[in-house]
Design a binder for this molecule. Structure first.
Ligand code: 4HQ
Length: 246
């Protein structure tokens, strides 16, 4: 998969991508990340990337010409590229959106700065607009990294067997069960006895029950969407009963 990132702060996105799992995926050529400085496409003496808003008011707007030139270069290289603007006005990014994007061959993540981009960029030069959540950031760079990270780890081969994607939050629409590692007792805090039992069937059931209970307690909005099996309902009912008895 090719992932282009268009930004006026290339250093801000480059550094995190060199680390850990994503860094390794790039080394192994499972993903090809290309970072473009939009400023390189500015043609004036000062390499200007912003301009004053028509109609007046405070704040600046991303200048059209350099941004469009950068987008066009990506599109000309690959008409199949999906050009995505990061913006609070976009559709909310979820694991389902990450899965959708992971099936594409080429993403182009456009990072806005200042007050944002000219409305004509949104309407005529991008294919998709994504928000990572309802809060305001100073630019699209961190959202682009969030999208890249969650998409890249879904690309076949990026995760090793130690970081498998099958048993985690949201894949089954549920929160994860609690994890424990050594020592068995840490400053008096014990690991749940069942995990030391060696009874793999019982451990599987307990983990499923913990996932269900946690989701019910912390994210009931996720449970409504999940259609629970009759065994799930039994496990959850039992867990709730145990939680609410004194
Ligand atoms: N931005 N999800 C870029 C965001 C944002 C978000 C604010 C995007 C500033 C210029 N992007 N503009 N939340 O807060 O994607």
């Amino acid at each position: 998969m090719i992932i282009d990132i268009l930004t006026i702060f290339p250093g801000m996105v480059a550094a995190p991508l060199r680390e850990s799992i994503i860094g390794k995926a790039i080394d192994r050529k499972l993903i090809d990340v290309r970072i473009t400085n939009i400023r390189d496409f500015a043609t004036d003496r000062h390499h200007t990337t912003d301009d004053r808003p028509f109609g007046g008011g405070s704040g600046m707007v991303m200048k059209m010409e350099p941004l469009v030139a950068a987008i066009n270069l990506v599109r000309d290289s690959d008409p199949a590229a999906r050009v995505i603007l990061l913006s609070p006005q976009g559709r909310i990014f979820t694991q389902a959106v990450a899965l959708e994007l992971s099936r594409l061959s080429h993403l182009c993540l456009v990072c806005g700065r200042y007050e944002g981009v000219d409305e004509r960029i949104r309407r005529h030069y991008v294919d998709d607009e994504i928000s990572i959540g309802d809060y305001v950031l100073t630019g699209g760079e961190l959202p682009a990294l969030v999208v890249l990270d969650s998409v890249a780890r879904l690309v076949p081969g990026v995760l090793g067997s130690d970081e498998s994607i099958t048993e985690e939050s949201f894949v089954g629409g549920l929160l994860e069960y609690p994890h424990y590692t050594r020592p068995e007792v840490f400053e008096g805090h014990r690991v749940p006895e069942i995990l030391l039992s060696g009874n793999h069937g019982a451990i599987r059931r307990w983990r499923r029950q913990q996932s269900l209970l946690r989701t019910w307690q912390r994210r009931p909005d996720l449970l409504k969407e999940e259609t629970l099996s009759s065994e799930d309902k039994e496990l959850l009912g039992e867990a709730i009963e145990r939680e609410t008895e004194d």
